[in-house]
Design a protein around this ligand. Sequence first.
Ligand code: GUN
Ligand code: FE
Length: 469
Amino acid sequence: MAQLFYGSFIYSKSLDELEYLHDAAILVDNSGKIVAVEKECGTKEKVVEKFVNQKLVPGDVKVHETVEGQFFFPGFIDTHLHASQYPNVGIFGKSTLLDWLNTYTFPLEASLADPVKARKVYGRVIRKTLSHGTTCAAYYATIDVASTNLLADLCLAAGQRALVGRVCMDQLSPAYYRDETPEAALASTRESIAYIQKIDPGMEIVRPVITPRFAPSCSAPLMKGLGKLAAEMPTLPIQTHISENKNEIALVRELFPPSSTGAKQDSYAGVYDACGLLTDRTILAHAVHLSEDEADLIASRKAKVSHCPCSNSAITSGAARVRWLLEKGVTCGLGTDMSGGYSPSVLEAARLAALVSRHVAMGGDERAKLSVEEVLYLATKGGAEVVGLEAKVGAFEAGMEWDAQLIGLGIVDSEGGVTGVSGGLEEDGNVDVFGWESWQDQVAKWVYNGDDRNTKKVWVRGRLVHERK
Ligand code: GUN
Ligand code: FE
C-alpha cells in the first residue's frame, strides 16, 4: 500500500545546512520509493486531494502524521561496526588497539563459529541498532562463512539495509582465529559473496563487502588477491581499517616495506593502494594519524572515511581531523565501531564527533569544530555517500527510498510535567522542550541529549522495521 507521511521533516541539504519542512507531505509507493515531496501543502486533506488529482495515489493510502515535538528524519547510516563484537560493548579496560584485539576481540569473534551463539548475537545487534535509528549498517562479521551468511539472512529478514563482510585475516592473529592461506581466505570470501548475492540478487537490502581486516593481519598476496577480486566485481564495496593507532602504523611500516608490495608511496595508504584496495568504493575506518601525503592519496582515489569518535576515544587511538579531511575533499561518514566503540548509537557517534572536534579545536585549530548540522550530515547524507547509496538514502527527495525515523521529543506542560502526546517523562528521555525553542534549538537538544527513547518508529524502504512501544 502507498503511504503518505505528513507534518514536519528535517534532513540535510548540505554539510552545514538542514532543511526544515512543516505541514509538508511525502508520498511513498508500495515499493518504498518516494514519489512526491510537497513542501508547502496546507492541510493533509488538500495534499491527498492534490495527489489523487495527479493520479499519484493509487487508491488506498496509509497516512502517518507527526504531532507536536515530532519530526521525520532520515535513518542513520553506521559506516563501520563489528556485529560480532556486540557482546563486548563497554569491555575494554585501559587497553589500546593491538592488546585490545588479542585480549578481548579475537576470542569473542572466534567463538561465534558456534551458530547458536552467532544467531543470538546477530539477532540482537540488528534489533538494537534498528531501535537507535540505524537503517543501514556496514558490518564486519567474522572469518566464519556460515555465520557471516547468517548475519546477511537476519538483516534481510529484519529489513535492515546492510553491507555484510566476511573478515579476511591470514597472518599475525592467533592460530585459532586465522585464515590458513591467502587462497583459503579468497575462496571463503567468494563463497560468502555468492551466498549474499543469491539471497538478495538486486542487492536491495543486503550487499556483500570485500573485507581485509587491516594490513597487519593480511599478507600482501591476500591483499592483492582481494584487490583483484574487487576489480573483477566492480559493484562491490571494500572496507578496512587504516591509521588508527601509532603502534599499528609502526607495525605496518615494519611489515610492508615498499619493496614488499611495489608501493609508490611509503605509507599505510600506499600499501592498500599498491594492492588495488584504495578505490572510490573503499571505506576506511578511523584515519586518525594520516600524513598529508596519505590524505592526498586517499582524496585522489576518492576513497571514503568512516570517522569513529567513540572508539577512537575509548581505546585511546587519537582524535581524527575531520575538518582537515573534508577540506581535502574526502567524503566522511560516522561509525560506531562497536566494540572498539562502546555504543550502538549513531546519535552518540554524532555527539562524540562534535566533542572530539572541539578537542581538536582546543589543540589550536578553531575551525576544526563541527556543528550540529555537520555531524547530522555525516550521520546521514555523508554516510550514504560512504557506503555508495547516495542516490537512494540519506535525505528525502523524490526518487530516493523511504529510510526514515520518527523522532519525538518531550513536551513540558504548564505544571512542569511531560505529558505530551509523544509520551510521558520516561518515554521521551532527556530531551525536554519548553515550547519556546526554535526548531534549530530543538534539534541541538536532541543531538546532545537524545537516545533511543526519542526514536519512535523506523522504516527501511517504506517497511516499518522498528516501533517503540
Ligand atoms: N583493526 C583491526 N581490527 C579491528 C577491530 O576489530 N576494531 C578496531 N577498532 N580496529 C581494528
Ligand atoms: Fe573497527
